[in-house]
Ligand binder design. Structure first.
Ligand SMILES: Cc1cc2nc3c(=O)[nH]c(=O)nc-3n(C[C@H](O)[C@H](O)[C@H](O)COP(=O)(O)OP(=O)(O)OC[C@H]3O[C@@H](n4cnc5c(N)ncnc54)[C@H](O)[C@@H]3O)c2cc1C
Length: 445
C-alpha cells in the first residue's frame, strides 16, 4: 500500500514476524478486515549480504550490543527475523506453556499440515552436518537430524544462502503468511513504525504510527502488538504498560570452529543436525554460514588467518537457556549481563563441541564471539498478559516471542506460530465489547 489507510478495521496487527503474520493470516481467513503495520520494507529476497546488512546489522535497529559486547540480532523487514533465520523447527514447550495456563497442543499438532516440518533428506544434508552427526554419534551423544521448515523440493545442495534469506523460496518464513493475509484482503502498510497504542477509557482503540516522518492514527476494534521481544515492550511502555521489558531471555550462543581436511566447500543448510541436553539447557548444532559472515565473525575474535579460510571448516553452534534478567532501556538498548550460570553453561557446551570436533579430526579449534538471536519474555503471560494474551487494557493483545513466560533456550518459531493460531481462534470466538466509529470507541450493540 502506498498511502495510509483512512478506513477502520476489525484488527490492527503490528509487526509481521511469525507471531504477527500468523494472527493476521488466521483473522483474514475468518473474514476480518485487518490492517498490518510493518516498520520494515517488503523487497523480494535476493539472498545478498547487501540486502541483509540494512535489515539486521544497523546498530540500534537490528543489531545490539550488551555491556559484555554480546551481539544480539533481530531483523526489521516484512517477515521479521524469520527472513534470516535457519528454519529449524524445534517442538514447542507444550508442557511449560500448559503449566502457565496456555494449551497450544492442538495448534502445534496441526502446523505440519501447513508448513513442512521434517529433517533434511540425505541429498540435502551437507558434509559438515554429516560429519557432526557421525562424530557426535560415535561419541555416544544423542545426535540427530533436526526438523526444518523447508520446502525440500526447492532447496539446493552446496548452497549457503539461508542466512541471507533464501532467494529460491525453499525456506518457509513468515512472509508466506503475510502474503496469504493480503490475498485474503488484509491491507499492509510498510515503513510504518508504530509508536504507541491509543488507549481510551482503558480500552485500546487503535495505534499511532510514523510513516515517512509524519504521524498518523489507525483505528480498529482489536489491536495485536507483534513487534517482537524488543519492539513490543517499547510500544507497550509508551502505551502505559511501564513494567514490560524486564527480566527476559535471549538464548546466548557461541560458535566453536574447527578445520577438517577434505570436508568440502563449507556450504550447507545450517542447523540441520544437533544434540540437545534438555536438562542442562544446552543445544549444539552444525552451523555453516556464508563466507563473508564467517570473515566478520572471525575478525571479531582476531582470527585473521582463519577468516580467509572457508572451505574445510565445521562451525558448531552452542546455544544455552539463559536465566531471566536484564532490561530493555528506554531507547531500546539491551542491558543484560550473562550470569555466572550462563557463562558456565556456555563453557560446558563449548567443551562438548570441541570434543566433537577433535573426534572428527579437526585442527585449529577455536571459539568465536558471543551472539544472541531470540529475545523473549519481555511481556510475559501471567505477569503482563492473561492466558488469552490479552493485556491490562481491553482489546489489546500481544503475540510474539515477548509473551513466553519462562526462559526457553530453543528456537521459538514453531511455538510462535502455534500461539498465533490460538490467539486468532480466541479473537474469532469473542465478541468485541467495543466498536470503533468515526475514530471513537463506542459500545458494541
Ligand atoms: C540469525 C537468526 C537465526 C534464527 N534461527 C532460528 C531457527 O532456526 N528456528 C527458529 O525457530 N527461530 C530462529 N530464530 C529466531 C526467530 O527468527 C525469532 O524468534 C522469530 O522471528 C521471532 O518472531 P516474533 O514474531 O517474535 O518477531 P520478529 O520476527 O522479531 O518480528 C517482529 C516484527 O515487528 C516489526 N517491528 C518491530 N518494531 C516495530 C514497530 N515499532 N512498528 C512496526 N513494526 C515493528 C519488525 O520489523 C518485524 O517484522 C533465528 C533468529 C535469527 C536472527
Amino acid at each position: 500500500m502506498s498511502s495510509p489507510p483512512k478506513t477502520e478495521f476489525d484488527a490492527i496487527v503490528v509487526g509481521t514476524g511469525p507471531g504477527g503474520a500468523t494472527v493476521a493470516k488466521e483473522l483474514t481467513k475468518s473474514g476480518k478486515k485487518v490492517l498490518i503495520l510493518e516498520w520494515g520494507d517488503y523487497e523480494p529476497t535476493r539472498g545478498s549480504v547487501f540486502q541483509t546488512l540494512p535489515q539486521a546489522f544497523i546498530p540500534g535497529k537490528g543489531l545490539y550490543f550488551t555491556n559484555q559486547m554480546l551481539a544480539m540480532i533481530r531483523t526489521i523487514t516484512t517477515g521479521g527475523s524469520s527472513m534470516l533465520y535457519c528454519a529449524t523447527a524445534f517442538d514447542p514447550p507444550v508442557d511449560m506453556l500448559k503449566s502457565n495456563g496456555v494449551d497450544i497442543s492442538e495448534e502445534a499438532s496441526g502446523i505440519p499440515n501447513e508448513i513442512p516440518v521434517a529433517p533434511l533428506s540425505d541429498e540435502l544434508l551437507g558434509p559438515g552436518p554429516k560429519r557432526f552427526l557421525d562424530s557426535a554419534g560415535h561419541m555416544g551423544y544423542d545426535a540427530h537430524r533436526l526438523n526444518k521448515f523447508i520446502f525440500q523440493d526447492k532447496c539446493r545442495e552446496n548452497c549457503q544462502l539461508c542466512s541471507y534469506g533464501c532467494p529460491y523460496g525453499a525456506k518457509w518464513n513468515a512472509r508466506y503468511f503475510v502474503d496469504e493475509a493480503v490475498e485474503n484482503g488484509a491491507v499492509i502498510l510498510n515503513k510504518a513504525k508504530v509508536e504507541k497504542v491509543i488507549i481510551e477509557n482503558k480500552k485500546a482503540v487503535g495505534v499511532e504510527y510514523t510513516w515517512h516522518r509524519v504521524k498518523y492514527q489507525a483505528y480498529a476494534n482489536k489491536t495485536i502488538v507483534s513487534a517482537g521481544g524488543i519492539g513490543s515492550p517499547l510500544i507497550l511502555r509508551k502505551s502505559g504498560m511501564m513494567k514490560t521489558g524486564y527480566d527476559f531471555f535471549f538464548d546466548p550462543l557461541v560458535f566453536v570452529y574447527g578445520k577438517i581436511k577434505g570436508i568440502g566447500s563449507g556450504k550447507s543448510v545450517p542447523m540441520s543436525t544437533g544434540v540437545h541436553f534438555a536438562d542442562d539447557g544446552i543445544v549444539m548444532t552444525d552451523f555453516n554460514m556464508p563466507h563473508l559472515m564467517k570473515i566478520l565473525f572471525d575478525l571479531e575474535v582476531l582470527k585473521i588467518k582463519q577468516a580467509f579460510s572457508f572451505a574445510n571448516t565445521l562451525p558448531i553452534m552452542v546455544k544455552i537457556r539463559d536465566e531471566l534478567g536484564g532490561k530493555i532501556s528506554k531507547r531500546g538498548w539491551i542491558d543484560k549481563p550473562l550470569s555466572k550460570n550462563d557463562k558456565l553453561k556456555l563453557h560446558k557446551g563449548a567443551m562438548h563441541a570441541k570434543r566433537i570436533l577433535q573426534n572428527a579430526g579437526a585442527t585449529d579449534i577455536y571459539e568465536g564471539w558471543l551472539f544472541a538471536a531470540h529475545p523473549g519474555g519481555t511481556v510475559k503471560i501471567g505477569e503482563h498478559l492473561d492466558t488469552n494474551l490479552k493485556a491490562e487494557f481491553d482489546n489489546l493483545y500481544v503475540c510474539d516471542c515477548s509473551v513466553i513466560p519462562q526462559e526457553l533456550g530453543l528456537p521459538p518459531t514453531y511455538t510462535l506460530v502455534s500461539l498465533g493460531k490460538r490467539l486468532a481462534k480466541h479473537l474469532a470466538a469473542v465478541e468485541s465489547d467495543v466498536k470503533i466509529e468515526n475514530n471513537k470507541a463506542v459500545s458494541a450493540a
